[in-house]
Design a protein around this ligand. Structure first.
Ligand code: 13P
Ligand code: SF4
Length: 304
């Protein structure tokens, strides 16, 4: 089968079987083209509450499919590739968080959405990269325990110095591959380009950027800008999507190593197999986890 034939079959089957395909912006272009909705973590969560179809196929990593299931419990939700998990989501476990909460009883636990559903049951509110600043500003608490991405946490704490934000060790293994040296090299090679980076990057990279934002934030900024060249400091699929969307502009990856191997696990074949009932993995969560984790996700949507 060619890519085109596979895409046509996916489009036919998703209608026949009443499926909505949600895709994170880190999916490759062939997947983006068959999706009903493509965006960053915050917009995908909002979209999950409005899906009209009976079935949802989440193309991304597992915590994203869990979030969809929690927000749309009546839907049958699948993750396209069960092996696709965000390593950051597993950097902290329930036991460790319980101990941290005992050590800091008067702190609100703010969790990056890149956490397991089980961990979310212990958190006060979730945040995403695009909504973290707004949510933390809107939160009544002054003392905050921010888990598990120290780079996003560091970026937010510098934006909101009036809050006491304690960072708990962790981070994205993909974004930390980019260094200040990479920025220097890329700027020397493309002196007219603006540097756009994700807040999951290390502070030294963030400090050298012209714009810091979520995946969708970076794409919107580049599309709206009068500038013609951009160095992109996030997963390299964003470079590819921008090049298709803006053929009159030039996009360069900050590092050729910024590839998330978990996001890249999902293929068109996985999607086709899931729609045929021969692949994918249905997301099931206990009633207790669904109810308890929903509190922190609902609060995120309310404050964001
Ligand atoms: P956003 O979708 O918030 O940009 O986050 C990127 C990411 O790494 C998701 O895993
Ligand atoms: Fe996780 Fe980083 Fe991959 Fe996003 S890019 S899924 S945070 S490892």
């Amino acid at each position: 089968m060619t890519v085109r034939e596979m895409q046509d079959e996916i489009m036919r089957l998703k209608k026949e079987k009443d499926f909505c395909i949600l895709a994170h912006a880190y999916m490759s272009q062939d997947i983006v083209e068959v999706a009903d909705y493509v965006s960053d973590s915050f917009a995908l969560s909002k979209q999950a509450t409005q899906v009209p179809q009976k079935n949802v196929l989440m193309c991304g990593v597992k915590f994203m499919a869990e979030t969809v299931k929690i927000l749309a419990p009546d839907k049958t939700v699948y993750v396209s590739n069960d092996e696709a998990t965000c390593p950051m989501a597993h950097q902290m476990d329930v036991q460790l968080l319980k101990q941290m909460k005992e050590m800091y009883p008067d702190y609100a636990v703010v969790a990056y959405i890149n956490t397991t559903a089980e961990l979310k049951t212990l958190c006060d509110v979730c945040v995403t990269s695009s909504a973290a600043e707004k949510i933390i500003r809107n939160l009544d608490n002054e003392n905050i325990l921010f888990i598990p991405d120290c780079n996003l946490g560091d970026y937010i704490s510098k934006r909101i110095p009036e809050k006491n934000i304690k960072l708990v060790q962790g981070g994205c293994p993909t974004h930390v591959r980019m260094s200040a040296k990479d920025v220097e090299k890329a700027k020397a090679k493309h002196p007219n380009a603006e540097v756009l980076v994700h807040p999951e990057c290390v502070p030294a990279v963030v400090a050298m950027a012209d714009y810091v934002g979520s995946t969708t934030g970076i794409m919107e900024y580049a599309k709206a800008s009068d500038k013609k060249e951009f160095i992109i400091g996030t997963e390299n699929s964003i470079v590819e999507h921008l090049q298709y969307d803006c053929p009159d502009k030039k996009f360069y990856p900050l590092s050729k190593d910024c590839v998330c191997h978990n996001m890249k696990l999902t293929t068109l074949t996985d999607i086709l197999d899931c729609l045929k009932g021969e692949g994918g993995k249905e997301i099931t969560l206990s009633e207790e986890v669904m109810v308890e984790a929903k509190r922190s996700i609902d609060k995120m949507l309310e404050l964001g």
